[in-house]
Design a protein around this ligand. Structure first.
Ligand code: NAD
Length: 271
């Protein structure tokens, strides 16, 4: 492989690694030779994911870890260091939405449930800030490390109905730039923080929102397609290459950016 993109000596921790996008990315990176640590909320999901991953290679392990639990994050980070001696990359893939933090099709703007709104902000913002802070301490000691956050197309423009998730992802863009700047100014150019902003991919969270049981698009799904110049949803493997690039030496002068992977959604005016 081209040396610039060689990640075979890297130890990569990924949250949300039992999910669609982060989970697919994790397996892809393991196939490229990296040692991958699969992190997700529940032990049974982690066990099933690691069982699958072991079919790729032995260079993997997994832990149940709530990204909002500081003690669990510290424990996992310390276990990785004990086992692997270092950690090179953190990918913050855990995220998701809740109906109460959105305005339903038949609801009023004022029906947003503030408790659910807070939970969605916590998962999608603090759920990346806390792991980043936890692992960045090791990056500081080692003198190197890379973070990749997951933003979304709900961040740059107003996406109708989706309040909490959009607010959190907009804050992720800002956090990406802030953390990139602070780490570089204080600890040098070997610590980088970037984000990927996927357009619309079918995941466990949004399948029912975007597609009907027969595979046709819902009204919402059709609106998305109408606003995506490629006229389709993304395939999960279409995020892998961007993340591979961001964590590799090919991106050694790249920090603080948010890369859209969206079939043109962010460039399109709708007319
Ligand atoms: P997914 O629902 O398939 O995976 C998310 C994973 O996060 C799940 O396995 C879940 O168990 C885990 N998780 C939830 N809460 C957690 C917690 N507290 N601690 C640890 N793990 C937790 O979703 P996905 O589509 O693969 O999304 C991955 C990331 O990409 C998310 O941040 C999501 O917001 C973002 N994203 C997805 C899309 C899309 O279209 N699918 C678009 C833009 C951004």
């Amino acid at each position: 492989m081209n040396q610039l993109f060689d990640i075979s000596d890297k130890v990569i921790a990924i949250t949300g690694a039992a999910g669609v996008l982060a989970g697919g990315t994790a397996k892809y990176l393991q196939k490229q030779g990296a040692y991958v640590v699969y992190l997700d909320l529940f032990q049974d999901k982690v066990d099933a994911t690691v069982e699958e991953a072991k079919k790729i290679s032995d260079k993997c392990c997994g832990f149940a870890c709530n990204v909002l639990d500081q003690a669990a994050l510290d424990a996992v980070r310390d276990r990785i260091i004990e086992t692997c001696g270092k950690v090179d990359v953190l990918i913050n893939g855990a995220g998701g939405n809740m109906p109460g933090a959105t305005v339903g099709p038949d609801q009023d703007v004022f029906d947003v449930n503030i408790e659910d709104y807070s939970k969605v902000l916590d998962l999608n913002l603090k759920g990346s800030v806390m792991p980043t802070m936890t692992f960045a301490k090791v990056f500081k000691q080692q003198g190197h490390g890379v973070v990749v956050n997951f933003s979304s197309m709900s961040s740059p423009q107003a996406l109708t109905r989706v309040l909490g998730y959009s607010n959190a992802k907009a804050a992720i863009d800002n956090f990406t730039r802030w953390m990139a700047t602070e780490m570089a100014l204080k600890y040098g150019d070997k610590i980088r923080v970037n984000a990927i902003a996927p357009g619309f991919f079918i995941s466990n969270q949004n399948r029912a929102l975007l597609t009907n049981e027969d595979g046709s698009y819902t009204e919402r799904g059709q609106q998305v397609i109408d606003n995506t110049p490629f006229r389709r949803f993304g395939e999960q493997q279409e995020v892998y290459g961007t993340i591979h690039y961001l964590i590799s030496d090919a991106a050694s002068f790249v920090t603080g950016i948010v890369v859209p992977v969206d079939g043109g959604f962010s460039t399109f005016s709708g007319v």
